[in-house]
Design a protein around this ligand. Sequence first.
Ligand SMILES: [Fe+2]
Length: 354
Amino acid sequence: MKEITVDSLRLGMIISSDIFNDLGNIILSEGTEINERHLEYFNSHRIEWVYVDDDFKNYEDLNAYKVIASDKYKSINTHYGQVLEEFKRFYFQVQNKDFNFELEILEQELVPLIDHLLNDNDILGSMRLVSFRESYHFTHAVNVAMLGAMLGKWLNLDREIIQMIAMAGLLHDIGKTQVPQDLLFKTTRLTLMEMEKVKAHSKLGYESLKSNKKIPREVLAAVLFHHERSDGSGYPSGLKEDQIPYLARIIGVVDVFDAITSDRIYKNGISSFQAFSVIKDESFSGLDPTISDVFLSNIASHFINNRVELSNGKIGEVVYVNRYALNRPLIKLENGDFVDLSTDYSLEVRDVLT
Ligand SMILES: [Fe+2]
């Protein structure tokens, strides 16, 4: 066993000691053979050194791939960072009740970020590479913009509409600047009255933005109605099904996905597969089922070949994702056995490892 830098890794090398993330979870276990995907993963987790077996011989040159991976890492972080900075400036301006804002720079900063996503198609891979540690209120806005733009592509929408979705994603929760801030950071259960104050954010966001004539009305409508649900259980107006504007339905789906998969101050993010279950459940009662289906089936296809940890602690690889049970894929365990989660309900995917 010897310790080498990530830069010196070669395809086919075998990891000889478990690798942990900042939280102490194993992200790659001893015995894993290095493949192309792991390199991006080390970058995103800022892992610089790993232990590998001494006797590697059959490896391919990773140099060409390394250039691509590091370019992708730099590209996504640069564009993400520029949108994040400009969004923060805008956020504080609105928080200070200065509604005389310009959104041109924010719109311009979004363009290269959207271009990156539309060309690359690998939304979760890109999001894993983002290495900014910022308040959830800022990163959630940028994440929803990215997820929304990607979903717009999967729904075959025009570039102009995709740009609007991204803008709506950035702005959808801007009304939280006008809500008592202690409620946003409260870690205990909100009272009914407090919950009503937080729920007011969609209307407050709309009120803050509506005087700006340059914001398309589709974007304003998405901000106002992103918490409406098909069955009429949402707010502020209790709209049903196609009474809810299309962009608001799109933002509704990606907002829920990012909210339940992001690490929040009061809970750890749940795995994407568990998020599928939540979205599947909600899709019947509240989220637009057609839109959430397109989103989930595209996201799920990215998990094929990914290593996952099951609820019994066993590690395996996703070999097939059933379109009708996205959260319950077929897994090949390390010992070669298969577990079909679509029929075996005693287990579930606890975590996605790579
Ligand atoms: Fe919201």
